[in-house]
Design a protein around this ligand. Structure first.
Ligand SMILES: NC(=O)c1ccc[n+]([C@@H]2O[C@H](COP(=O)([O-])OP(=O)(O)OC[C@H]3O[C@@H](n4cnc5c(N)ncnc54)[C@H](O)[C@@H]3O)[C@@H](O)[C@H]2O)c1
Ligand SMILES: [Zn+2]
Ligand SMILES: [Zn+2]
Length: 393
């Protein structure tokens, strides 16, 4: 089959790789019809490159049609339409039963010291072949795939794999009081969707900051109050002005370590390009090369006693955090990979009849799989109005 494969920093290709097969009785093989490119995929061709291997199949936001089922699969049939969550969670262990699917104890990567395996996401997370491909082997066929109805286009459902539950969890973890205020940093797919979910769930005031014109325009069109700046001083002054001088009740960081405005990290990242991987892996893990600009802004701007919800992904282990300020301001901080299945029952009803969150017009680009390398480049450089790209294998 054809699949998007990793070849190095800023280098993804479309290669022919072996077709996936059933290896466990509860596996299913899904023929992929739509597959998102995520901001998290950009980390893999940048700062997380040391944890990738040439030939790894990328992608963790797929949906499609079941083409093969293992002998132990009772809940799905060939021909069923499914979305595949980005966490590989068994659905039945202690963590899964707590709604903590990203910590699934059946697929936890204990040797590496990381949580549940993820599709297409580094050797820290199981090095499992991903879903930017014609076919995908999906384990836990009775509990993992999300069955969705036939009829509406893929765009209605595909974001159940990641964008929707991630944005939903971001808003839940932000604990915005009814009618309260929330500031979303970053208006990529995750931040944009978080503004929609926050409004839907009853936030009184939704503010957002970014600098990419078409991303600001999209949010503005949805009634979000936006600031065209990501400079900490600007964001803090503007958001306080909008909230009686206190700062917002909650801040969602939908940026992560790709943040612009952290000059130190640029150097470290350049280093990853010239230092051998084995050394850089260690450096990444113990020294940390995070770009913390957005997180620092969040800590500064949130009101005293407010909540910060991190959905942006951060790496590294020993980055200095302004702990004194965090303690003094009595900030509550919640974070983590989205527990996809935890939120599916809440979100699915919003997609089936009416399109409450505007998902059908959410993608800016639909691209054949063969054009994935160009699509990655367009998305990474934020060119051509790219906010969300869906590959169509
Ligand atoms: N927690 C999860 O389960 C989960 C799931 C999906 C994505 N993510 C992470 O969420 C983050 C966002 O993903 P995305 O797909 O929307 O990515 P994206 O890269 O398209 O969007 C990030 C946006 O942040 C803006 N930005 C950069 N620096 C900023 C700053 N200092 N202040 C405000 N805005 C700034 C950029 O201009 C960009 O528009 C990434 O870190 C991604 O890895 C997490
Ligand atoms: Zn994703
Ligand atoms: Zn589990």
């Amino acid at each position: 089959m054809r699949a998007v494969t990793w070849h190095g920093r800023d280098d993804v290709r479309v290669d022919t790789v072996p077709d996936p097969t059933i290896t466990d009785p509860t596996d299913v093989v899904v023929e992929i019809t739509s597959s998102g490119i995520c901001g998290s995929d950009l980390h893999l061709i940048e700062v997380m490159a040391p944890f990738m291997t040439v030939g790894d199949v990328m992608g963790h936001e797929p949906m499609g049609v079941v083409r093969e089922v293992g002998p132990g699969v009772t809940e799905l049939q060939v021909g069923d339409r499914v979305v595949v969550p980005f966490n590989i969670s068994c659905g039945t262990c202690w963590m899964c039963s707590q709604g903590l699917h990203s910590q699934c104890e059946t697929t936890q990567n204990r040797e590496q010291g990381y949580g549940a395996s993820l599709f297409g996401y580094t050797k820290l997370y199981g090095q499992v072949p991903g879903g930017q491909a014609e076919y995908l082997r999906v384990p836990f066929g009775n509990t993992l795939p999300i069955k969705v109805p036939d009829g509406p286009p893929d765009d209605r459902f595909v974001y159940l794999s990641d964008v929707l539950p991630t944005a939903w969890q971001a808003v839940q973890y932000a604990a915005v009081p009814k009618g309260g205020s929330v500031l979303v940093l970053g208006l990529g797919p995750i931040g944009d969707m978080a503004t929609r979910v926050a409004k839907h769930l009853g936030a009184g005031q939704v503010l957002a900051a970014d600098t990419v014109p078409e991303r600001l325009a999209r949010a503005r069109a949805n009634g979000i109050d936006v600031l065209d700046s990501t400079t900490q001083a600007d964001v803090v002054a503007w958001a306080r002005d909008k909230t009686d001088g206190r700062g917002p009740d909650a801040v969602i960081d939908a940026v992560g370590m790709e943040a612009h405005g952290s000059p130190g990290a640029k150097l470290a990242q350049k280093a990853t390009a010239i230092v051998p991987d084995a050394i850089m892996e260690k450096v990444m893990q113990v020294a940390g090369i995070d770009r913390m600009a957005a997180l620092n802004t969040a800590i500064e701007v949130v009101r005293r006693g407010g909540t910060i919800s991190l959905s942006g992904v951060y790496g590294g282990a020993t980055d200095p955090m302004p702990l004194m300020t965090m303690f003094d301001k009595q900030i509550q901080l919640r974070m983590g990979q989205a527990n996809v299945w935890r939120w599916v029952p809440d979100i699915l009803p919003l997609l089936v009849d009416e399109d409450f969150l505007g998902v059908e017009s959410f993608a800016t680009h639909h691209v054949p799989l063969e054009q994935a390398p160009e699509a990655y480049e367009t998305f990474r450089r934020k060119q051509d109005g790219a906010v969300k790209v869906l590959l169509r294998p």
